[in-house]
Design a protein. Structure first.
Length: 282
């Protein structure tokens, strides 16, 4: 099972089923929030799609909040039909987002099959990016977190260029490079590669994902390209990385790389200082 859906409206159920058809994604439709809890507890779900209320009229907000805490790897998508002048439904949608829903899809607005599938993929990526940033913690300097955030939230396609990241942050490319050097971190181009490694390591924690599917989702040229990147930055093959803790293992490798860079910069600074010191004449 890949998607659990609480959608009392038959039209919404049909749209979701059509969006998932031919994509090797199973959908389990349930009538109530309690049935959804049971389905999620059984394991195997990657996404929860739900309307503001279930078939019994129970609000979905508490379920959204509980899933975000108890099933952090499950992507939550609010699927809603908004009627003009219906403040109750609008308020319910806002409450679902505040509770942690990763995306909102509106009926007859952006729920064509291809758009609905894209929304699910985008929400999954956004949730993964948030989890990676949370795992990085607050120990990184704000400038470094800002760069990593742009790369991680860029979507499933290849990450943006260094120039694009600099533009997104409103600074010159050279300024970005200097900030990373001052923070003792790898340069922006290397951080771009590290973010792909983080995303891959996070996805590989799901034993249901293959190397091939992760490489395709993250826009690597081939599964071999993903394997090579993981070995280069973590020293491990995908299976070994998964067994060693996935994302946490990749984060440890990143911390070690930053420590090596700081040590190298200190050594270079000492050497430069020694070379600039005049030799006393005898």
């Amino acid at each position: 099972m890949a998607v659990v859906a609480v959608l009392p409206d038959a039209g919404m159920r049909a749209r979701l089923a059509e969006a998932m058809r031919g994509r090797a994604v199973a959908v389990r439709f349930v009538a109530t929030c309690e049935e959804a809890r049971a389905a999620l507890a059984a394991g195997g779900a990657r996404a929860l799609v739900l309307a503001p209320r279930d078939a019994r009229g129970v609000p979905a907000e508490p379920l959204v909040a509980d899933v975000c805490v108890g099933h952090p790897r499950v992507t939550v998508v609010a699927y809603c039909a908004l009627a003009r002048g219906d403040p109750a439904t609008s308020g319910a949608v806002v409450a679902m987002v505040r509770a942690g829903a990763h995306a909102v899809v509106l009926r007859d607005v952006d729920d064509a099959p291809h758009a609905l599938h894209a929304a699910l993929r985008g929400a999954e990526h956004a949730g993964g990016a948030s989890r990676v940033l949370d795992a990085l913690g607050e120990s990184l300097p704000p400038a470094v977190r800002a760069v990593l955030g742009v790369y991680l939230r860029a979507g499933d396609a290849a990450p943006p260029s260094v120039a694009a990241v600099a533009a997104a942050l409103g600074v010159h490319r050279r300024t970005l490079v200097n900030r990373m050097r001052a923070a003792g971190c790898p340069p922006p181009r290397a951080l771009r590669a590290w973010c792909r490694v983080f995303s891959a390591a996070h996805l590989l924690e799901d034993c249901g994902r293959t190397v091939e599917s992760v490489a395709l989702q993250l826009d690597f040229d081939s599964p071999s390209g993903l394997r090579n990147a993981l070995r280069r930055y973590t020293g491990l093959a995908p299976s070994a990385l998964r067994a060693a803790g996935g994302l946490q293992c990749a984060l440890r490798a990143f911390a070690e790389a930053c420590a090596r860079r700081r040590a190298s910069d200190r050594a270079a600074g000492v050497a430069a200082s020694a070379a600039a010191t005049p030799v006393p004449m005898r």
